[in-house]
Design a protein around this ligand. Structure first.
Ligand code: AMP
Ligand code: MG
Length: 465
C-alpha cells in the first residue's frame, strides 16, 4: 500500500557528531495492530503501511538516524547512551505548524545498543501506546503513539520468548537533558552551542541565550511534574536522558498511575531506593534541571557569573513547582484561586487518603457527590474535612474538568497485554475508547473505573521492556 509522509527534516542537517545515519533493521511479518487515525491526520500522513512502521520500507523523504546522548541514570553519570533501539525517520510540520519527530522504537540495533538487542516486545509497546495517549487525553504534554506493529520475530526477555513489536512515537523532539550533557562532558563546546541554538529555535524561541533556555525548560518541567502529580502519575525512570527539553512526558517504561494514594509509592522494580517515588518527583525534576544548568554553564567564559545566574534559575524552580501544584490541586477541590492558606485543606485530604488507602482518582472524582464518604474508611474524619471544604464554596464545574473519571489502571493494562498476546485486541480498543474521554466518561465504561481487587493488584511495572 502506498503512503506519503510530508517530511521536513532538521535534525539530520546538524553536524555528524550528533547522530549516526542508519536505516531500521527489517523484520519478518509486519502486521498493523494499532493505528492512530486522528494523529495521522494531524501530521498530514495518509495511508498506513505496516512495512513502513515496522522499519522494512524507508519512506521517501526520510533521513533515518540514531541520536546520540548521555545521561544520569539513578544519579550516576553514564557517558554514552543514545538511541539503542530507536530510529528517527525524520520530522513533519503538523497542522498546528509544530515540528514533530517520527521515531520508530524497537527497530533494531544501533551503534548505541550496548548489550541490548534493539528490539521491543508487544507488552511495553502497547503499554506505551495506551498510557501516552491517555496522558494526551488528560491534557498533559506527552509524546504520542501513531502506530503499533506486531512482528513475527520473537524477542527474548527474562520471561522467555515474547512477541516482537515496533512502536511509532511522535514527539515535539527527542532532545533531552542528556543530549546537552554528552557534549558538555566531552568538552565539545561548538556542538553544545549548536545544540543550544537549535533547541531555542525549536522549543523556546522567546528564550534569550543558554540561561534563557534553562529558565524556559525549568518552567516547562515544573508544569509537567505538577500535572503528573495531579493525576497520580509516577514516571518511574526520571533519568536525565528521559527528561525532555520540550517539557513533554517521554519514555513510558516502568511508569504507572496510582490506585490507592501513597506519597512513597514506587512501581519500578529496579528503583530499590525509591529515588523516583511519587512524592520525590518534584525534587528530582529540580535535580535534573541542575544537571542541565551544569551543562549549559560550559558555554560561558565567565563561569563564576554563569554559575551564579544558573543557580538562581534552578533555585526558583521549587517555587514554580509549588505554585503549579497549588493551582492544580486547588482546581481538583474546586478552588480556581487557591492560596497558600488553602494548602492545609489539600494536604489534609491527601493525608486522609494515604492513611485510609483511598483510591486517588475515585476519591477526587467523588468529591461533592453522595458517594464521597464511601471512599474513606474513617467517615467521621472525612465528614469533618468536608465541612471545612464546603465553607470554601467549591466550583463543581471546575472539579469536573480537572478530576478524571478514568486513568489507565495497571491491572487493566496487564489484562489488555495478556489478551493482545493471545491475539485479542478487543480489550485494547475498549480501553483506548474509554481513556479518550477521561472527563466525560460514558456509563458503559463504569467497570474500568473500579480499583483492582486484592488479587488484581499489579505490584510492579518493570518486566524487561
Ligand atoms: P530507557 O531506560 O528506556 O530510557 O533506556 C536507556 C538506554 O538503554 C537508552 O540508550 C536505550 O536506547 C537503551 N535500551 C533500552 N532497551 C534497549 C534494547 N532492548 N536494546 C538496545 N538498547 C536499549
Ligand atoms: Mg530513555
Amino acid at each position: 500500500m502506498s503512503m506519503h509522509i510530508p517530511f521536513d527534516n532538521s535534525y539530520a542537517t546538524l553536524p555528524d557528531g550528533f547522530f549516526t545515519r542508519l536505516d531500521p533493521t527489517p523484520v519478518k511479518g509486519a502486521r498493523m495492530l494499532a493505528w492512530n487515525t486522528d494523529l495521522a491526520q494531524q501530521l498530514g500522513i495518509d495511508g498506513q503501511d505496516a512495512n513502513v512502521f515496522a522499519g522494512n520500507t524507508v519512506p521517501d523523504g526520510a533521513a533515518p538516524l540514531a541520536q546520540l546522548y548521555a545521561g544520569h541514570q539513578f544519579g550516576n553519570y553514564n557517558p554514552q547512551l543514545g538511541d539503542g533501539r530507536a530510529i528517527l525517520l525524520g520530522e513533519v510540520i503538523d497542522q498546528d505548524g509544530t515540528r514533530r519527530d517520527i521515531q520508530l522504537k524497537g527497530s533494531g540495533p544501533t551503534p548505541y545498543s550496548r548489550m541490548g538487542d534493539g528490539r521491543a516486545w508487544l507488552g511495553p509497546v502497547l503499554r506505551e501506546y495506551v498510557v501516552s495517549e491517555a496522558m494526551h487525553a488528560l491534557g498533559i504534554p506527552t509524546t504520542r503513539a501513531l502506530a503499533a506493529v506486531a512482528t513475527d520475530e520473537p524477542v527474548y526477555r527474562e520471561q522467555g520468548a515474547l512477541p516482537g513489536a515496533v512502536l511509532t512515537r511522535i514527539a515535539a523532539s527527542h532532545l533531552r537533558v542528556g543530549t546537552f550533557q554528552i557534549f558538555a562532558h566531552r568538552g565539545e563546546i561548538d556542538a553544545l552551542r549548536t545544540l543550544t541554538d537549535y533547541a531555542i529555535a525549536r522549543h523556546h524561541p522567546q528564550a534569550d541565550g543558554p540561561l534563557g533556555l534553562l529558565s524556559a525548560v525549568c518552567v516547562a518541567q515544573a508544569e509537567l511534574v505538577a500535572a503528573w502529580m495531579s493525576v497520580g502519575f509516577i514516571h518511574g525512570v526520571m533519568n536525565t536522558d528521559n527528561c525532555t527539553i520540550s517539557g513533554e512526558t517521554i519514555d513510558y517504561g516502568p511508569c504507572a498511575f496510582m490506585d490507592a494514594y501513597h506519597e512513597g509509592r514506587v512501581f519500578s522494580s529496579i528503583d530499590q531506593m525509591g529515588r523516583y517515588a511519587f512524592g520525590n518527583q518534584p525534587r528530582i525534576a529540580v535535580w535534573n534541571m541542575a544537571q542541565l544548568a551544569t551543562a549549559l554553564i560550559q558555554l560561558f567564559d565567565d563561569k563564576e557569573r554563569a554559575v551564579e545566574e544558573a543557580t538562581a534559575i534552578v533555585h526558583a524552580m521549587p517555587g514554580q513547582l509549588q505554585t503549579a501544584w497549588l493551582r492544580r490541586f486547588g482546581a481538583k477541590i474546586g478552588l480556581a484561586e487557591a492560596t497558600p492558606e488553602d494548602q492545609p485543606l489539600i494536604e489534609d485530604l491527601l493525608a486522609m487518603m494515604q492513611a485510609q488507602s483511598a483510591d486517588f482518582t475515585n476519591g477526587f472524582a467523588a468529591l461533592g457527590t453522595e458517594t464521597a464518604r464511601d471512599q474513606f474508611t474513617d467517615r467521621a474524619a472525612f465528614d469533618a474535612w468536608e465541612v471545612r471544604w464546603k465553607a470554601r464554596l467549591p466550583d463543581t464545574a471546575l472539579m469536573a474538568r480537572t478530576n478524571p473519571q478514568i486513568i489507565p489502571r495497571n491491572h487493566r493494562i496487564e489484562a489488555m497485554i495478556d489478551a493482545a498476546v493471545a491475539g485479542d485486541m478487543a480489550p485494547f480498543t475498549r480501553l483506548m475508547d474509554a481513556l479518550a474521554a477521561p472527563y466525560n466518561l460514558p456509563d458503559t465504561y463504569d467497570d474500568l473505573r473500579r480499583p483492582p481487587t486484592e488479587d488484581e493488584i499489579v505490584p510492579a511495572t518493570f518486566c524487561g521492556t
